[in-house]
Every structure is written in structure tokens, then in C-alpha cells.
Write a protein that binds this ligand. Sequence first.
Ligand code: 13P
Length: 341
Amino acid sequence: MTHQFPALTSVQKRELQDIALGIVAPGKGILAADESVGSMGKCLHQIGVENTEENRRQFRQILFSADERIKSCIGGVIFFHETLYQQADDGTLFVKMIQDKGITVGIKVDKGIVPLAGTNGVSTSQGLDGLSERCAQYKKDGANFAKWRCVFKISDATPSTLSIKENANVLARYSSICQQHGIVPIVEPEILPDGDHDLRRCQYVTEKVLAALYKAMSDHHVYLEGTLLKPNMATAGNRCSTKYSAEEVAMATVTALCRTVPPAVTGVLFLSGGQSEEEASVNLNAINKCPLVKHWGLTFSYGRALQASALKTWCGHNQNEDAATEQFIKRAEACTFFLNA
Ligand code: 13P
């Protein structure tokens, strides 16, 4: 226990940190466009569009064809496996379209949530088997960062100690594997907003989950400067009767981070977790204005909060594609504006 066996050279460490720093450069965040086939199906269903590979491609094309204006707002785009190998109408690989704008390409590598048998509904995420080989291939195919998502539900009995430990461990194992391949791991321990819990309870659970995560990251020798954190904001459950201001959400969120996230971590990018586009921007603004000392860039890695208006505007009709792309650009610009305001 007294010796260190370095896993990464100083050149590898420098590469990882540079990738992470580029993604969270001032004013920039991430577009999470890595919905699995099933999750994308739910989005398309809302607008009455069939969940086919072609329709998924069409919608991704609407986002990825955004012009130069998003260069200053978006530092990274998270792809789903299928999308990494898809092309625009003119034959250009989506990966190339993103890279040509100077934006870093990332890939979701977990293989989804599975229940932990014998528990009261808690879960883990699978996908470690073969991850090293997949990372090696993804790196060759243009991905420089990855994402792995774990979820926790708040109830009287959850998250359990077992689920906090198991998910922390799987996130740390994934991180160490990614780093061996020059891929920056984003760790996403998402506490779902479902439930009637208040803001304090969410903050408390967030602290417990993050504290366990960074203990596991240390145990697994993860190079923290070459990682990014994608947490939930601390918010009350969506059935909570008390309403909290953006300033209260911000104070609870930043307090939880200050208590648990080492300053060595290069950046924190919040998920939007079902918040409306407006709410996600306003909360992000309050978080950045929160008067506590913050050791990391605090920005966005939004899925729904960057795509909802674009999806609604598109509705599956070719003639709406340009207007839908404009909606996405508008949201990305608003997030950046709120970061700096
Ligand atoms: P939302 O911002 O829609 O929560 O999605 C972010 C994400 O990547 C979830 O894994």
C-alpha cells in the first residue's frame, strides 16, 4: 500500500488534461447527443416521428450542421455508437463535421442500466467487459472523451450503501480504462429528480454519492486532472410541494461540490435532468454567480435542455430543418450567455 505504480506517462497525462481543458474552455459546454436507440425513440415519439435509423440520423444532422456560431458555445459533443459512424446527406462523416468546427468528439460507452438483483430497485450500469478494446477503436475513430452514466433514485430506502459503492466503483474502473487509451472519462452519477424529497435531501444524497465516487477514483489511481464530472444539480424532487429559487438551488449545488469534489478535477458539467430549457439556463447562471469559492469550471452538458425546441420545430418535416438548427444554436448561445452573465 506504500508504493505507487504509475499507470500513465507524463505525456499521457498532459494529453488527457489538455483534452479536458479544451472541452470546458471559458464559455463552452457540451451537447449531449448520445441518446441510445431507445431514448431517441421516446424523443421522436413526442413529435410523432417513427424511430428509424434514418430519422435518428436526420435529427442528428440538424444539430451537427449548426454553423460557426456554435464554435464559441460548444466544446464537446457526445455521440452514441450508431451516430459515430453516420454521415450527413453529402457523405461527410458526422465526426468530421464536428471536428472541423474545432469541437471535441466524445462517445457514450456504458451499455445501460441494469438492476442489482436482491435489492429494492437499485441499479448499476454495465459495459466494462470489452471496454478497453472499444476505447482503443473509438480513439482511432476520432473520440477523445467518453461518458458513463449511473443513476440513483431517492426514496426512504435509496440510494442504498450498496448502490453508492457499486456505482462509484464502476465509474472509477471505467475511468481508469479510458485513460489508458487517451480518452478523458466523464463520470456521470445522476441522481434522478423523481420523488417528493426536498432540496436538502437531494443535496445530502449528492454529497454522499460524490464523496464515495472520489474515494473510488483515488483507489483506482485515476488521474483526476484528466477527468470531468457530470453531476445533477441539487434540486428538490419533481413532486416536492416546496418551490426553491435558483439561488437556493445554486447554493445547495455548489456547497455539495465544494464538500466532495477535489480541486484537481478539471471541470464540472451539469446534466439538465428534465429541467426545461429556460430553467436549466437560469439555474446554471445562479450556480456561476453563487458566492462560494469554486475550484472548477462549472458549465453544461445538456441533452434535452439543448434539443427540446429543435425537436419540436423539426417535427420530422424537411422544410423545418433549418429553423430547427437555428433553435439549437439559440439554446447553445443562451447557455453560454448565462455562463458569462
Ligand atoms: P439531459 O441533459 O437531458 O439530462 O441529458 C444529459 C445526459 O447526457 C444524460 O445522460
